[in-house]
Design a protein around this ligand. Structure first.
Ligand code: PAF
Length: 280
């Protein structure tokens, strides 16, 4: 595996691979790689000749009071994991190369990014789409792999790709969960044992919702109320949203449509913001 820092070198490598007829899969990440990321690398390897993993903690997707500075950066461990997993290239551009001081072009998706996390993180998706478009232009992937845990991010990126006619296939990998059901997330490292115990309530309450639907409950309000009630019973949890949305558009639904409805939840566990979702 080679590590490339330079944007120009990354682009030249990608041009060479593509002109030799080989395909490229990109796994965009912000590092601090966990099993969820590694499962995305596996998907990428199955689908393309060359796998590029990018690690870039993107300042433009963090709000001023968010955790950009304290976001974990563990490049040495990440490099080892990517190498062991069989990635071909690790792309780690410096922030000044991606967003120099005079940077001024942004991409804004205006529909799917509005609700859910878009309400409390108004600039987040603009940062995500901007960095993804840049990464697509630099790494020239045939396909890019994202995890379903960030369902709204997946929908917003898909919409950008469709609306801009980008020649990149978006592949979504399933949410990876720890044995206790907790969705793997980089931000889980912020949690103490006690906080983690309470945070487990998020995945558990989503499972309760799924069981309700499976046993015939159709009323969206009832399901949302039940999940909110469960979450609110924990001392450290503050609910940000619990909502049933359409899987593709992220717009709220007031009925459950099998295979389309997604229940999404976001909550603070003390100072840590966590999200999760389940297909109903
Ligand atoms: O999901 C993430 O880690 C980030 O939002 C992404 C897609 C790498 C863009 O910075």
């Amino acid at each position: 595996m080679q590590t490339i820092q330079s944007v120009n070198k990354m682009q030249s490598y990608a041009i060479e691979v593509r002109s030799s007829g080989d395909s490229i899969a990109l796994v965009p990440t912000m590092g601090s790689l966990h099993k969820g990321h590694l499962s995305l690398i596996d998907i990428a390897k199955e689908k393309a000749d060359k796998v590029i993993v990018s690690i870039f903690v993107n300042p433009t997707q963090f709000g001023p009071s968010e955790d950009y500075k304290k976001y974990p950066r563990v490049l040495k461990e990440d490099t080892k994991k990517c190498e062991e997993r069989g990635a071909d290239v690790l792309f780690t551009p410096p922030v000044e190369a991606m967003f120099p001081a005079d940077y001024s072009a942004y991409v804004q998706e205006e529909r799917f990014s509005r609700g859910l996390c878009g309400v409390s993180r108004p600039h987040h998706f603009r940062g995500v789409t901007t960095v993804c478009l840049k990464l697509f232009n630099i790494a020239l992937p045939n396909l890019a792999v994202f995890g379903l845990k960030d369902a709204q991010q997946c929908a917003v990126i898909r919409k950008m790709v469709t609306d801009f006619n980008l020649p990149v296939q978006i592949v979504i990998g399933p949410t990876h969960r720890d044995e206790d059901g907790m969705a793997t997330s980089t931000r889980n490292v912020y949690l103490t044992d006690l906080q983690r115990q309470e945070a487990l309530c998020i995945s558990k309450s989503l499972k309760i919702a799924k069981d309700m639907v499976d046993s015939g409950t159709k009323n969206v309000d009832r399901i949302v109320a039940e999940v909110t009630h469960h979450l609110s019973s924990k001392r450290r949890i503050r609910v940000i949203y619990v909502q049933v949305v359409d899987r593709d558009t992220m717009e709220p639904s007031n009925e459950i449509i099998r295979g389309r409805s997604l229940l999404c939840a976001a909550a603070w566990v003390d100072q840590t913001r966590l999200i999760d979702n389940i297909e109903l």
